[in-house]
Structures are given as C-alpha cells and as structure tokens.
Design a binder for this molecule. Structure first.
Ligand code: NDP
Length: 428
C-alpha cells in the first residue's frame, strides 16, 4: 500500500522529498519534472485562455497522513499561504490515529437552469413542461449522446415558479431545472449544451421567451461528505486537556453557526484546504467556492459549513457536506501537465472519489484552525511558518532566509520591518 505517512518529510530537502515520493508512487524522472515551475508551457497556456503573456506558478506541497475510508492518500495542494499544508497534515495524523476519515458522496447529478419569461399562465406552462418531461429529457440527451453512452446524461426535470405574486412581469418567471449525471466530468459545458438545445421546445410549450440557459453552481445533488470521530485524548496539547480542546472546538462551531461574521472566516479556513486540492487537480475553484458558500446559506442564513459535536462517549464528531462540482476529466484536468500528475499521485478512480478526498481535507483544515484558535491562538504556529516568507519579502536570499526566519521567531517579532533590519545588520 502506498503510505502517506512519511515521518520527517517536512525536514527533507525539496530534492529528497521528490525522490521519496517518486519511489513510493513509481514516478519517472519525466513525471518529476512536472513538479518544477514551467511545466505548463506558454504554448499550452495560450490554448487555454486569451491574451496569454506567460504562466503563473504557485507552491505545490503534499498533504500527508490522510487515511480516508481505510485508504492512504498523498494530497497535492497548490497554495500560496504558509501553514495550510502543515496544519492539514498535522490534523490528518490525529484523525489517522483515531481511525481515519469516513466519506460518502451522492450520485454526480448537476443542475442546468432555463429561465422563461412572459408565459401568459405560469401554472399552465409548468404543466405543459412536466407533461413533455420524457421527450425533453430525450432531446437533451440527443444534444450530448457521449455522456449517455458513459452511463450519465439528463435524468430528471423539475419546474419552479419564482416571484409568482410580483406585479412586474420582469420578476415573474418559470425556471426549468434539468438534472444531469455528468459522470467523471464537472460537466459545465455538457450541461450548457443540453439546456441550450432545449430552449426552442421550452418556448413553444410555455408560450414564453427563454432567457438564461446555464448550469447552477449550487450543485446540491452532487454532494460529498466527510466525517471524523476523535477521542479527546488525541486532542490535548501543551497546557490544554483533550476535553478542553474538544469543548472549545464545539463552542467555536456554535459561534460560526450563529454569526455570519464568524462563519465567513470559519468557512474560509475550510476552503483553505479545499481550494489547493481543487487548483492542483486543474479544477474550477470558483465553481467549488460558489457552490460551497451558497450551500452554507441554504437554510436562509449563512452558517458554518462544518458541524462539531460530542457523542455519548465523549468523542469529538466533525462533519462536512458540500457540493463538489469537480472532475477527473474535462476542463484543465488533463490539459495542465501538473494537474495530470496531481491526479496520478492521488490515484483516484473517479470524480466521486476525488470529491470525497477534497471534503476530508476541508474538514481537517477546519479542525486545524479551530484547534489552534481554542489553544495557543492562530498566530503562534502560523507566524512561525510564515517567517521564511517574511524574510524573503525583506530581501533575504539563500542561507540568509533560514537565519533571518529563526531570528524573527526567537525575537517573537515576525514582521517585514524587523526582517529588513536583520537583513541590513547581517549583510554588514
Ligand atoms: P469538458 O467540456 O472538457 O467536458 C468533459 C468531457 O470529458 C466530456 O465531454 C466527455 O467527452 C469527456 N469524458 C471522458 N471521460 C469521461 C467520463 N468518465 N465522464 C464524463 N466525461 C468524460 O468539461 P466540462 O463539461 O466538465 O466543463 C468544465 C469546464 O467548464 C471547466 O473548465 C469550467 O471552468 C468551465 N465552465 C464553468 C462554468 C461554471 O461553473 N459556471 C460555466 C462554463 C464553463 P466525450 O464523452 O465526448 O468523450
């Protein structure tokens, strides 16, 4: 089994880490080169977006220690913020000792929306659409037969009436939802193709005019969830008993779930874990962000994406469920060379499996932040790991980076101003 438990990985040089990972995952030298900046050529980039003048690199780290459904995962994370990867790996080790994460996913059903305006009778229009449901689904599938051949395609349809009592005809509308199984693709392009193909039939049936035809990023039928159960003795840290940490985490969750000001920061911490994996695998992180935050507000008030509670035996229970509109094919997943390598390292067999890994990382990241917040505070660990970036920002290079970083930590003053002063002194 490819273990993701690699003690001392953080202390190794970058080349030793690459060697170690290539041995564990049987990567070739050619594969390893894809870790280096510049793996995405300007020519490829020029085929991806418009007005290309170059490419843009981010640090790529590996989240370690993840045991999910009894399987080890080494998790590529592309992120510019210090302490994210360390915190995820630290918590994954605690959860590993508690038996690992368990995860689940719904079918991968995404939503396409068609907006209809001006129907003379909204209810008659709704009935007309529902009566023709089967033929509309068939028509949608004809527009993208290859996804049907893969076992997916349009499966169901619903009609919603919005703003029925509004005076303005601009506000009254019918919205047709097409539910489409996108298999291992995120599916935006196939959904958009399908809903566009239905517009003429929908106009005819509703006697209205179709305006928008596009997927919804609130993909609440394409959910992934992760859970961890942690006995309190695994949560203790210097000066804090496991029970104190556990109870502090539950209180922190209650705060986030009761206050959107706190929830925004709490959830940002969850996305600190999710986005780097989404980015590393070439997926659309704006789509995942949009879905996650909309889902967190689904009850009418923006709240916590995670929930934390204590079970009857005193264990801490953490749970996270989110829409996960990602793919292991399509978009940039197979175009960006490093994304291809990231998927190979993850060794996931399907988009459903990838979505479950991603929510497990989000749950770990949330616990990492909460554990720090309810004990030492976030700054102690974060700023120590941030110190090398601060040294670089102050102009340190080569060996000076570590020397300055250490001096900043010793002085308990991790600021660019202080680092500049030290750079000046040491250069003299
Ligand atoms: P693609 O258009 O690249 O489509 C994926 C293709 O992969 C399918 O058409 C299918 O083609 C092929 N494929 C191969 N194997 C499988 C499999 N096992 N399961 C499913 N498909 C498979 O990508 P998407 O449709 O996924 O769209 C994603 C892109 O759309 C992202 O880049 C995203 O940024 C963008 N986007 C996002 C929007 C949003 O979020 N609001 C809006 C518009 C675009 P075939 O069957 O023919 O082989």
């Amino acid at each position: 089994m490819k273990s993701s438990r690699i003690p001392g990985f953080y202390k190794m040089s970058v080349s030793d880490r690459k060697k170690m990972i290539s041995e564990i995952h049987n990567l070739s030298n050619k594969d390893l080169q894809l870790f280096d900046g510049g793996a995405l050529s300007v020519d490829t980039a020029d085929n991806m977006i418009e007005n290309v003048v170059g490419t843009y690199s981010l640090p790529l780290g590996l989240g370690l220690n993840f045991l999910i459904n009894d399987r080890d995962y080494t998790i590529p994370m592309a992120v510019e913020e210090a302490s994210v990867v360390a915190s995820a790996s630290y918590i994954a080790k605690i959860v590993r000792d508690a038996g690992g994460f368990t995860t689940e996913a719904t079918d991968r059903v995404m939503i396409g929306q068609i907006q209809v305006i001006g129907s003379p009778d909204l209810h008659q229009a709704k009935d007309a659409i529902l009566k023709e449901k089967e033929s509309l689904l068939q028509q949608a599938n004809k527009a993208y037969p290859s996804i049907v051949a893969r076992g997916g395609g349009a499966e169901d349809l619903e009609v919603r009436i919005l703003n029925e009592t509004a005076d303005s005809l601009y506000q009254q509308m019918l919205v047709v939802h097409i539910y489409i199984n996108t298999c291992d693709a995120m599916g935006a392009n196939m959904i958009n193709t399908m809903v566009e193909s239905l517009a003429p039939s929908v106009e005819k049936l509703t006697k209205g005019k179709v305006y928008l035809r596009i997927l919804s990023n609130l993909a609440d039928r394409c959910l992934a969830s992760a859970k961890c159960v942690i006995p309190p003795h695994l949560l203790g840290s210097e000066g804090f008993s496991g029970e104190e940490v556990r109870d502090g985490i539950v209180l922190a969750y209650e705060f986030a779930d009761s206050d959107p000001y706190r929830a925004a920061t709490h959830n940002k911490g969850i996305m600190n874990g999710i986005d780097p994996v989404v980015i590393a695998t070439g997926n659309d992180w704006r789509a995942v962000e949009a879905g996650a935050h909309a889902y967190a507000a689904r009850h009418g008030v923006y709240g916590s994406m995670t929930s934390w509670s204590v079970d009857e035996t005193g264990n801490l229970i953490g749970e996270l469920e989110l829409p996960m509109s990602i793919g292991t094919v399509g978009g940039a997943t197979r175009v960006h060379p490093t994304a291809r390598l990231a998927l190979e390292l993850l060794d996931v067999k399907s988009a459903s499996e990838l979505s479950q890994v991603i929510v497990a990382v989000g749950l770990a990241q949330n616990l990492g932040a909460l554990k720090a917040l309810v004990t030492d505070g976030i700054q102690k660990g974060h700023m120590a790991l941030h110190s090398r970036s601060v040294a670089v920002a102050a102009g340190a290079t080569g060996e000076l980076v570590d020397i300055i970083a250490e001096k900043l930590i010793e002085a308990n003053d991790i600021r660019v101003g202080k680092a500049k002063q030290l750079v000046g002194e040491l250069k003299k």
